[in-house]
Design a binder for this molecule. Structure first.
Ligand SMILES: C[S@@+](CC[C@H](N)C(=O)[O-])C[C@H]1O[C@@H](n2cnc3c(N)ncnc32)[C@H](O)[C@@H]1O
Ligand SMILES: [Zn+2]
Length: 313
């Protein structure tokens, strides 16, 4: 199957990096290599791109896409949470720009057997972005307590029927384990009142998002990685992040602000005594959003938000 994925906010993201042709850039969510290719096109022979993804299919597709630039490109299969370590192993102490384009690719969603989509009936409940991991969505659905299921569907899915969905999952699995995306979707439908089901989006969308976030530790990974990425930037180096839902966006917004103004002294202190020094500035007071044209061309871009931080040293 061909790796199809339309890069979101492509020009805006590349523009936001303020690229230097001989700079070193990192794409922490390489995917099909769409953003990375545009970075490569702007590099001179001495510039470099390091591409990271945890998904073997993405690594393969990006390798192919970036073939013409192989002398400048290094691709590493890893979690972006290991970025600083990966760079260290490559002998790179600091970089000029980093891109994160979070979440799953259209390719992952469209490859039915990966189990990310609620639109197909008989895919296994998998949802691993990194196929080397052993825990799958099925383990979450069939072993988490009702309360833990409720908590993740409420917090990561922001579904107001979270309690009822968790209850129906636990009830259904006492009969037989829930093993396919279709079975899970059926159980979720039963937990949502008929009249809401008729008007809302797909009833399983939020629960699937919640399980995917929990399984791949998406929010923890983001939260635990941002400071390290900012630390590894050169003076005027930029970190550009595309998020797809409010939970991710809130983390990026808050952590960018903390890095800009880290001082924790009470406001009535005449001078700063905490000693925490600003790491740079938030370039995007408001996030950059896709144009109406982009949303019309690519539905997936609808919820995208780009935020950019610039390091100063
Ligand atoms: C939205 S796609 C990126 C698409 C890419 N920017 C392009 O234009 O083709 C997100 C990719 O990030 C990867 N990914 C998500 N979280 C990751 C993480 N914590 N570490 C490494 N890769 C991750 C996914 O496997 C997926 O391939
Ligand atoms: Zn202070």
């Amino acid at each position: 199957m061909e790796f199809v994925h339309k890069s979101v906010l492509l020009e805006e993201t590349i523009g936001s990096l303020n690229m230097k042709p001989d700079g070193i850039y990192v794409d922490g969510t390489l995917g099909g290599g769409g953003h990375a290719l545009e970075v490569c096109k702007r590099l001179s022979a001495t510039g470099k791109l390091i591409g990271i993804d945890q998904d073997s299919a993405a690594i393969e597709a990006a390798g192919e896409r970036l073939r013409d630039y192989r002398d400048q490109v290094t691709i590493v299969r890893s979690n972006y949470s290991n970025m600083v370590q990966v760079l260290k192993e490559l002998g790179i102490p600091s970089v000029d720009g980093i891109i994160l384009d979070l979440g799953v690719s259209s390719y992952q969603l469209d490859t039915v057997e990966r189990g990310f989509t609620y639109r197909e009936d008989d895919a296994p409940l998998d949802m691993r972005m990194d196929q080397r991991e052993t825990k799958t969505a099925s383990d979450i659905v069939n072993t988490y307590s009702e309360n833990d299921l409720y908590r993740i569907i409420r917090d990561y899915g922001e579904d107001k029927f979270a309690k009822n969905i968790a209850k129906h999952i636990v009830l259904a699995r006492t009969e037989a384990p829930i093993t396919t995306t279709g079975e899970l979707t059926e159980v979720i439908k039963r937990a949502i009142p008929m009249k809401i089901r008729a008007v809302g989006g797909h009833p399983a969308k939020k629960t699937f998002q919640a399980i995917r976030i929990e399984l791949n530790h998406e929010l923890d990974v983001l939260r635990d990685s941002l400071d390290g990425m900012i630390d590894v930037l050169n003076n005027q180096g930029r970190l550009s992040i595309i998020t797809f839902h409010s939970l991710e966006d809130r983390i990026v917004k808050t952590m960018f602000r903390q890095n800009e103004r880290p001082c924790t002294c009470p406001p009535n202190f005449p001078v700063c005594v905490c000693g925490k020094v600003s790491k740079g500035k938030v370039v995007t007071r408001k996030p950059i959003l896709p144009s109406e044209q982009e949303i019309a061309d690519n539905k997936r871009s609808k919820s995208a938000k780009l935020r950019v931080f610039e390091r100063t040293r």
